[in-house]
Design a protein around this ligand. Structure first.
Ligand SMILES: Cc1ncc(COP(=O)(O)O)c(C=O)c1O
Length: 396
């Protein structure tokens, strides 16, 4: 439970974002919001007082917490995008094609382009909205050098089957788990299975560092390579460098915030889960919308991070007026996710048939979901949504 004084002192994240973008909109109910408590502030303050602002104990502690969680070596970096670039480079990808789903965030495609490769887009499964073996196989070409399945909206891809398939195809798997910290499959944490799994910590994520990333690696050799690339090609403690490199390091302030947040990861995920279940109960009786992805029958040992709560509208023409009307009421929504191939240069990239992506994407609408949201606000969002839907469906 967050003390009241902590909540009150945090500026509204969405308002801050809007202000940064030059907008003045004040959201009464924002789409996402970081959960910062007095432990987080004390941890960052301690770093500032120490004078050691990079490459110190907070970074080491964060990496240790992450390595313990995933049961394998994990390296910190400056963002999820940086983590994807590092993983691709460390696994030797510098050309050819990399299969990734068209339904997702554009950063995955940008990372592939950044290493000199080309994304080859595949479709997603209609139930999970994630890629599975069937979609990867349908997109296969002999130029493929790696695959990046994405754990969309916190739902983990069928990782064991994908790893098995990729072994048979002879390519590495980089799991884009940026939205799935805290997700579990069969009791195993998301991030413990692929050759590399990448997490991001932007303020809308399950825990945040402002910006930040982590790469969980299959073995120490890969982790060493990722670390070297993230740190200008530095080969050890001294002033020695080899090969290419970037400055993709995390600051101590970010690591201290991340470490502090990590310690309450379970309670943050459980809070999201409780709120998502409240949404599920409330929308069940509303005709014309359903949750996306379809909530899975509960499987023992599985958990979803609930990065976002997305509804699928029966008619895509409802979305723009609905979004506008909710905005007018101070309720922020998100158009998660447009198909990546709708943006240049990816409209020219090779792609398999994208039927599910094309059919689902224009009907998806993300509703407010974050740990600071109150159940009464969910009631308000759903009641408003239902009322607006009733009016809009008569007009279009
Ligand atoms: C699926 C996915 N991949 C990659 C990223 C990029 O992460 P970052 O913003 O930390 O670079 C994000 C972040 O929004 C994401 O949701």
């Amino acid at each position: 439970m967050i003390p009241v004084e902590d909540r009150a002192s945090i500026p509204d994240h969405a308002t801050a974002t809007a202000a940064a973008a030059g907008a003045t909109h004040h959201w009464r109910i924002s789409l996402s919001s970081p959960d910062i408590d007095h432990h987080d502030r004390a941890a960052v303050d301690a770093v500032l007082r120490s004078g050691r602002l990079a490459g110190g104990p907070a970074t080491e502690q964060l990496e240790q917490l992450a390595s313990d969680t995933f049961g394998r070596p994990t390296v910190s970096c400056s963002s999820g995008t940086a983590g994807l670039i590092l993983a691709l480079r460390a696994l030797g990808v510098s050309g050819g094609e990399v299969i990734t789903p068209a339904l997702g965030f554009i950063a995955t495609a940008h990372a592939i382009r950044a290493v000199g490769a080309m994304p080859r887009f595949c479709d997603v499964d209609p139930e999970t909205l994630c890629v599975g073996v069937e979609q990867l196989e349908a997109a296969w070409s002999d130029d493929v050098r790696a695959v990046i399945p994405v754990d969309l909206l916190g739902v983990q891809v069928p990782i064991d089957a994908i790893v098995e398939w990729a072994k048979h195809r002879g390519v590495p798997v980089i799991e884009d788990a940026c939205e799935a910290l805290g997700t579990r499959q069969g009791g195993r944490p998301c991030g413990a299975s692929a050759d590399a799994a990448v997490f991001g910590f932007y303020p809308n994520k399950i825990i945040t560092m402002g910006e930040g990333g982590l790469v969980s690696c299959r073995d120490q050799a890969l982790a060493d390579r990722v670390r070297q690339l993230a740190n200008q090609g530095r080969t050890g403690a001294g002033f020695a460098f080899e090969g290419e490199g970037y400055n993709f390091r995390l600051t101590e302030m970010q690591a201290a915030l991340g470490g502090s947040q990590w310690r309450r990861l379970d309670s943050l995920v459980e809070r999201r889960q409780d709120l998502a279940h409240k949404y599920l109960e409330r929308i069940e009786s509303i005709s014309g919308i359903c949750a996306a992805p379809t909530p899975a029958i509960h499987v023992e040992g599985d958990r979803r991070s609930w990065f976002a709560f997305v509804v699928l509208l029966e008619d895509p023409r409802w979305r723009a007026p609905l979004c506008k009307a909710l905005t007018e009421q101070g309720i922020e929504t998100g158009l998660y996710f447009p198909s990546i191939v709708s943006f240049g240069p990816y409209d020219q990239a090779p792609a398999a048939a994208l039927l599910c992506t094309e059919q689902r994407s224009p009907r998806m609408l993300a509703l407010p979901l974050h740990p600071r949201l109150k159940p009464a606000q969910i009631d308000e969002v759903v009641t408003t949504l239902e009322e607006l839907l009733g009016r809009i469906r008569l007009k279009v």
